[in-house]
Design a protein around this ligand. Structure first.
Ligand code: BG6
Length: 519
């Protein structure tokens, strides 16, 4: 078995390529892609003959594009200051090609440029097309690339033989089940699934990768990891941030699509999947897909009982006044888009039958934190559990994904002294002090995996569509229900329903929802 995992790792070695970034002057390139590529280069992880070619509508010279990326790196890189030698080496391999997304001529120029770069840098004909652009231009870009002979299921290679062609798709991947399927069908026309890398940057986070390590590189968890011992599982992605200038992107989307359909469900599948047969990408993705198949869909009236949506009003957060969602730039003043979603569902399989699964995501909440809590069953009401005045809380394992990264376990302990007093304490493993070296950014890991051809941390077609199936039935039920009484939660709270009501397998969420008097 050991040998097999090593072989897996050996199979995925980063290989030289030209990486074409569509959306080269966009936000994602500036904030995430450029700093990630720079840090990979700085650490010597990027193969020497890797070339970056930006493609975008803006007229720009190679030199201007390099200046722009340098500025992004100095603003957003996790490591500072810029190491001049590393930057210069990378900058010498950065180029820019101006072109529209919907004009064949631009793609013909692009194809010529790619050939030149192949020759100059000996990139072996390898390609990564990174689509950091809005979903509406994905299909036109693919069609145009194909017409210009830049896209091929089995790319023709240089004399040495094999070369690769991969395409990376950013989220949102579709708007609902139908649109995701249409997009997948279009992609499938032109590319094999093994060439497709659907990005969910949560999967590149160190603490998310650690979920499988915690579960499968330790022996103590497996035996308690089931309905026999677990009372509930909760996945939370909470942010104090509001729209931060992204209102026009977010308003047609909402938090169910923006965060729950992807990041939250990815976390849930990793926590609840069966041990995979190996670490091969498809072995892991097969197990995640099985969880999604068993995830109970909420439909019709069940949505009213088991899901709650909210939208923040105006209020105070961290000592300053923040605008209501409807007052944010780019948001309609009568918008009914949800900025909070909380729901309860179940995984109807042998392992998890009957265990409530609480999923929650929201903006402008009381704290910024992403975590998974696995709460274990209460002790029987005998011995310490029966003692008067003792409030024993159930054991709870928390996987703290961010920002206070770590793992903690709550358990009961005797308070030192001659009496018998009990207290709940936390056993804590903080990442920061255990491993002082700074963690790489999610995008560093993921970009490296793309050029190595390792798709384990990317979502497969069936995975994305099953996640959409789950999200779409809720969205459809919401459309049928009367318009919600928004805004219904104040900034700096935990959303529209009090936590003590949220965590009850019997609670009917629509009954506990009441518009807040202070909004
Ligand atoms: C993005 C969402 O995918 O993830 C944003 O579109 C959200 O709305 C962000 O803020 C959160 O990512 P992170 O890495 O900051 O937790």
């Amino acid at each position: 078995m050991k040998g097999e995992s090593m072989v897996e790792r050996e199979r995925f070695r980063p290989e030289r390529c030209v990486m074409v970034i569509f959306g080269a002057s966009g936000d994602l390139t500036q904030r995430k892609l450029a700093p990630a590529l720079y840090n990979l280069a700085r650490e010597g992880l990027l193969p020497d003959r890797t070339v970056l070619l930006g493609y975008g509508r803006t007229e720009m010279t190679d030199a201007a594009f390099r200046r722009r990326l340098r500025e992004s790196v100095s603003r957003f890189s996790r490591t500072q200051p810029i190491v001049e030698g590393a930057w210069e080496a990378l900058a010498g391999r950065i180029f820019y090609q101006q072109g529209a997304y919907d004009e064949a001529e631009g793609y013909r120029r692009l194809q010529r440029r790619l050939r030149q770069l192949d020759r100059k840098f000996d990139t072996g004909g390898n390609r990564v097309f990174y689509l950091a652009i809005p979903p509406s231009v994905v299909v036109p870009i693919l069609d145009n690339l194909s017409a210009a002979h830049s896209l091929d299921r089995r790319p023709r290679c240089d004399e040495e033989g094999a070369c690769y062609l991969r395409a990376v798709f950013e989220k949102p991947f579709g708007h609902d089940l139908d649109s995701a399927r249409r997009l997948d069908n279009e992609i499938e026309r032109l590319l094999a699934e093994s060439q497709v890398f659907r990005m969910d940057h949560y999967l590149g986070k160190e603490t998310v990768q650690n979920i499988s390590v915690l579960r499968f590189a330790n022996s103590i968890f497996e035996n308690v990891w089931s309905a026999q011992c677990v009372r509930y599982i909760r996945v939370t992605v909470a942010e104090m941030l509001g729209m931060e200038g992204r209102g026009s992107y977010f308003d047609p989307v909402g938090i169910l699509r923006d965060i729950l359909q992807n990041h939250v469900l990815q976390l849930l599948t990793l926590v609840t999947m069966e041990p995979p047969a190996s670490l091969a990408p498809d072995a892991i993705r097969d197990e995640k897909v099985k969880v999604l198949r068993c995830l109970r869909r909420l439909e019709g009236d069940e949505v009213r009982r088991s899901a709650v949506r909210g939208q923040y009003g105006r209020g105070m957060l961290d000592g300053r006044e923040v605008p209501a969602y409807r007052e944010e730039e780019g948001v309609a003043h009568d918008s009914n888009t949800e900025t909070f979603v909380g729901l309860r569902t179940y995984i109807d399989n042998w392992r998890w039958a009957g265990v409530p699964i609480y999923l929650c995501a929201g903006k402008r909440l009381a704290a910024t934190l992403t975590e998974v809590a696995v709460e274990f069953k209460e002790v029987p009401g005998i011995l310490f559990g029966a003692m008067e005045g003792v409030e024993l809380k159930p054991n709870r394992l928390k996987l703290r994904i961010q920002p206070d990264e770590g793992v903690s376990l709550r358990f009961a302990s005797k308070v030192p002294g001659l009496g018998l007093e009990l207290k709940n304490v936390e056993m804590d493993f903080p990442y920061g002090s255990a491993f002082p070296a700074a963690s790489p950014e999610a995008y560093e890991r993921l970009l490296l995996d793309v050029i190595a051809g390792n798709s384990a941390l990317f979502a497969r077609r069936d995975e994305v569509e099953l996640a959409w199936e789950f999200a779409t039935s809720i969205l459809e039920a919401w459309e049928q229900q009367p318009a919600p009484d928004f805004p219904n939660y104040a900034p700096g709270t935990w959303g529209p329903i009090p936590p003590e009501r949220f965590f009850s397998p019997e609670a009917v969420y629509s009954d506990v929802l009441s518009p807040r008097a202070d909004l």
